[in-house]
Write a protein that binds this ligand. Structure first.
Ligand code: PNW
Length: 449
């Protein structure tokens, strides 16, 4: 589809996203402590290629070059995250000045290059010392997070105005504590629901800390959300789809919008229900300035008798394009998702805080990476975004995942999501065709008016 920057509002925000553990490396540098991901990567079989984020893109040392890439693309915003164990490497200690200085320089580097900093406080790298005291299953971690939010916002709030408390609480809870495929590798549904509650509560308690330190802050949370449909018209598939939605989407959207946890799921999972104290739900529902939506793929849901926890399973649609991850390519799903959120919730304006795809990139004889599939994915999702905005959706910005190829969690370095190729042996960066397309797209300034 033909698409131009001028199809979007003049003040529409264009960015790229990354996260600390996926790009920084430098895990021993600057007084950083261990995170749960450092430990998880040591477990045999946890990471597909046996790798870790110990070096990753060596962004800790190469950040000026990486911010140059963002500037050269013509981005106006850059979404990054703070490695909590750089700030609090040890239990009970004072904040580590070297950690704070690193992010302070990084933020200055963004501002010098015209990149608006979008700071995520938690993108999954919990300090190991907090895990040893129970991690997100323990209520103390909620208070530790509020303190972390206070320290970081006090230090950077003079320059950082856009704050995301958490990235994808669903992944923290379900990947990390039910499926066990992410750190800390726990496999217990009851724990997962308690973790989800503590993560949401920590969001709610971080907001007032951020607002106290940064009166002009724009603050919100980034959720991974999925448009869903039932595998058939049979009532049991439709009911299974409603249940799956209850955990995937509503479990997070409902309490954030003042409705508490979905009653249908609470009832069905009564034995695993989280401990919720008086005042928790009010804290979680504190107003936000935007809703961050990470969109990757839709899901088709069928009834699955006996399948824990909800007797619902994801079924594969046939004859659809899939990324190298097996995720369905479905640009229409982005519009459907946004319209659903806006129809069902009185939500703040939306930013797409992540969207992207992984393919088997090949470096051509000319040294180019001709990732036309990633470029097409980008083009088609932006067209879908334009169309849903034309129908009245309030979407104010888009962050491509990701600026750089990086450490893709349990997939290690076997999956590349970057608009920029990284040769992990030499740390050489090279803009892919997709990145060249994004740069050309951004170069054509929107028309006046
Ligand atoms: C996101 N799902 O993870 C993360 O925010 C990124 O750090 C990650 O690199 C990127 O997407 C690509 O994977 C997700 O199962 C993990 O629905 C799982 C899902 C969605 C997003």
């Amino acid at each position: 589809p033909a698409i131009a920057r001028s199809d979007f509002a003049r003040d529409f925000l264009w960015g790229c996203a990354t996260s600390s553990y996926q790009i920084e490396g430098g895990v021993r540098a600057g007084g950083r402590g261990d995170s749960i991901w450092d430990r998880f990567c040591e477990q045999p079989g946890a990471i597909r290629d046996g790798s870790s984020g110990a070096v990753a893109c060596d962004h800790y040392h190469r950040w000026p070059e990486d911010l140059d890439l963002g500037r050269d693309l013509g981005l106006n915003a850059y979404r990054f995250s703070i490695a909590w164990p750089r700030i609090f490497p040890e239990p009970g200690a004072r904040p580590n000045p070297q950690g704070l200085d690193f992010y302070s320089r990084l933020v200055d580097g963004m501002l010098e290059r015209g990149l608006q900093p979008w700071l995520t406080l938690y993108h999954w790298d919990l300090p190991q010392h907090l895990q040893e005291r129970g991690g997100w299953n323990e209520r103390d971690t909620v208070h530790a997070f509020a303190e972390f939010a206070d320290v970081v916002s006090a230090h950077l709030g003079d320059r950082v105005k856009h704050w995301i408390t958490h990235n994808e609480p669903w992944c923290t809870a379900i990947h990390g504590h039910f499926e066990g495929v992410h750190a800390p590798g726990v496999k217990d549904f009851r724990t997962a629901l308690q973790v989800a509650h503590h993560v949401l509560l920590s969001h709610g308690l971080a907001l007032p800390a951020i607002r106290a330190n940064v009166p002009d802050a724009q603050a919100g949370i980034a959720l991974s959300l999925h448009p869903l449909s039932a595998a058939s018209d049979r009532p049991e598939d439709i009911a299974a789809c409603v249940r799956h939605d209850g955990l995937r989407n509503r479990w997070f959207l409902d309490p954030l919008h003042g409705r508490g946890y979905p009653a249908d799921i609470l009832e069905r999972c009564a034995a695993d229900a989280p401990a919720v104290l008086a005042g928790d739900l009010e804290a979680i529902a504190a107003p936000t300035d935007f809703l961050g939506v990470n969109y990757y793929f839709p899901e088709i849901i069928a009834h699955a008798p006996g399948a824990a926890p909800l007797e619902a399973r994801v079924v594969a649609r046939e004859d659809v394009a899939r990324t190298a991850f097996g995720w369905e390519v479905a640009p229409d799903g982005l519009g459907a998702l946004i319209r659903r959120i806006e129809a069902d919730y009185d939500c703040a304006p939306i930013y797409i805080t992540e969207n992207g795809s992984t393919w088997d990139d090949v470096v051509g004889a000319d040294g180019q990476i001709d990732d036309h599939q990633r470029r097409d994915y980008l083009v088609r999702h932006l067209a879908a975004l334009r169309d849903t905005i034309a129908q009245g959706s309030r979407v104010k910005g888009y962050f491509a995942w990701s600026l750089l190829d990086n450490f893709e969690w349990a997939e290690g370095y076997t999956r590349r999501f970057g608009l920029t190729h990284v040769d992990f042996a030499t740390q050489q960066r090279r803009l892919k065709r997709s990145g060249q397309w994004y740069r050309a797209f951004l170069k054509l300034e929107p028309q006046q008016g």
